[in-house]
Design a binder for this molecule. Sequence first.
Ligand SMILES: NC(=O)c1ccc[n+]([C@@H]2O[C@H](COP(=O)([O-])OP(=O)(O)OC[C@H]3O[C@@H](n4cnc5c(N)ncnc54)[C@H](OP(=O)(O)O)[C@@H]3O)[C@@H](O)[C@H]2O)c1
Length: 240
Amino acid sequence: MSKTVLVTGASSGIGYQICKDLLTKGERVIGLSRTIDKSHPLNEFERFIPWQCDLSDITQAGDLFQTLIDNIGPIDALIYAAGVCYHEPFGQTKMNSITEQLNVNLVSAFLLCEQAVEHMAKQSAIILLSSTLAEKPIATSAIYSASKAGLEQVMKASALAGAAKQISVNAVALGCVDTPMLSQHRDDNLEQQTRLKALADLHPLGLGKAQEVAQIITTLLFQPWTTGSVIKVDGGLSLN
Ligand SMILES: NC(=O)c1ccc[n+]([C@@H]2O[C@H](COP(=O)([O-])OP(=O)(O)OC[C@H]3O[C@@H](n4cnc5c(N)ncnc54)[C@H](OP(=O)(O)O)[C@@H]3O)[C@@H](O)[C@H]2O)c1
């Protein structure tokens, strides 16, 4: 029987590819982001349901699961792919970017995990998208790294809490994947192509592709006896 999967960050990058992958397999997908609506290309799939929500506003995340269940029905899995990343020189971090990164990457993810463990049925699944920067920050990533390190602890606590219902909870820690997140403006004065090449060179296997990463993530969903793990998918970045 097909599953209903809530995917945050559905409008772009890895979240978008995850939705495509699941929909192609015949699953029903609730795709959440701030901007997603009936005009988004994922609506070509009959079993796609767009849902707008701003996860930087933690009051919107507070009772989201119940609202979705009331409107759509039971949810079998959560993939939290929403994320924001601002690289700012150390000492020049803006208050807005601190709050947004913590709320989107950590607090709303925690609130959704709590609700998912409470409301989802036995043997449901949660996957949270983390980053190699959680374990190994760079000078410009303090808050992003802190948010993803926190997310990995949320994952572990949720895995313990979900175990009674055999709900598996895991995180995937990604190296650099070629998505709009990598292309956004950074204060490093490098041309786009120069920066992408420099990032690619850090990875023995080069930059990741969203399609490949999405396929790995959807394969990890509903694996029995895997919970509480941070699974690295990084093109060998951590070998360096
Ligand atoms: N790309 C990489 O190199 C890389 C590396 C390590 C980890 N990751 C992680 O992988 C995940 C996916 O990243 P990506 O590369 O696919 O990024 P992306 O292309 O920039 O997509 C980010 C997604 O998050 C959504 N989002 C951002 N702010 C939101 C908010 N306030 N409320 C709701 N949704 C929001 C965006 O949708 P809207 O703009 O429509 O709201 C978009 O769908 C993130 O958690 C990221 O931290 C990425």
